[in-house]
Design a protein around this ligand. Structure first.
Ligand code: ZN
Length: 286
């Protein structure tokens, strides 16, 4: 039996804010689909679900009623996993709109730690704009509501803003940092083993780190993170394929695969209660 702090937290990022059913018809968009995928991912070993709400047409929305209906549906199934909402939202949302998801009061919310410039199919670019003052504002609001920030770090330079939040007392230890590897965008670090080792070397003391990775290197990079003592996020936000040429049918498939790999590597999976203890969060009341 390993110490709780050495256990692996698996996060299922079930939907995302970029692609829709045109990319993979199995992508959960409506609340009942997201609830099913989250609960199944929990049964497969995930302790955290990362959510992006979608409206009736499948478009990204930060509508609090939709977030709440997914939250309540997950809990109604007797599922105690940590529920994390995105404040990255979807392309074209204002900073106010993206932040507004937290007023539906999740236990945890993502917090982008810098700017990333995404290429669009027409050859232009769109910025996920996260200047330091807005990062501080997001962190302040999350602190007021006792929401744990999951700090999304896309490049080494974004660690500057992690240290800024710590220095200003805007986040509490343990600091939860998610390294987002391999986004095909300006300002995002490539998904290589060397880069992951370097990113981990930049962490402040009292950190818990997670790794997620986009596209083809996902399985190898997240499994490497597991071996390095990191936590792992998988799911259809990050990769719509189970393997080359085979679409994922349900998020539980990739959660179960990472759980199987962990078992073979003799790494124990954290339950949601253990994940809350590792991350310094309060127990949930079902
Ligand atoms: Zn997301």
């Amino acid at each position: 039996m390993s110490a709780i702090k050495n256990k692996l937290i698996l996060t299922a990022a079930v939907t995302g804010g970029l692609h829709g059913k045109a990319a993979n018809p199995n992508l959960p968009e409506q609340p009942e689909e997201q609830i099913q995928h989250a609960v199944d991912a929990w049964k497969a070993g995930a302790s955290i679900v990362h959510l992006h709400a979608r409206d009736k047409d499948g478009k990204g929305t930060q509508d609090n009623d939709i977030y709440r209906s997914v939250y309540e549906g997950i809990r109604a199934a007797g599922c105690d996993m940590i529920i994390q909402y995105s404040t990255g939202g979807a392309m074209g949302m204002s900073a106010e709109e993206r932040l507004s998801a937290i007023y539906a009061e999740p236990e945890m919310a993502s917090l982008n730690m810098g700017c990333v410039n995404y290429p669009l199919p027409d050859g232009t670019f769109t910025m996920s704009n996260n200047p330091p003052n807005e990062i501080e504002w997001y962190a302040e609001e999350m602190k007021k509501l006792n929401i744990k920030p999951e700090m999304e770090v896309y490049s080494p330079t974004m660690m500057t803003d992690v240290h800024n939040l710590i220095n200003k007392g805007l986040i509490d230890a343990p600091y939860y940092v998610n390294f987002v590897m391999g986004m095909p965008a300006q300002g995002a670090i490539a998904a290589t083993w060397e880069n992951l080792v370097y990113m981990v070397s930049l962490l402040p003391p009292d950190s818990v780190w997670n790794c997620c990775c986009v596209g083809r290197p996902q399985l190898h990079i997240t499994t490497t993170a597991m071996l390095m003592g990191g936590m792992v996020r998988i799911g259809m936000e990050d990769n719509i394929y189970y393997k080359r040429g085979q679409l994922i049918e349900a998020n539980k498939e990739v959660v179960a695969r990472s759980a199987r790999l962990a078992e073979e590597l003799q790494i124990e999976i954290a339950t949601p209660a253990e994940a809350r203890e590792i991350l310094g969060m309060e127990p949930v009341i079902l």
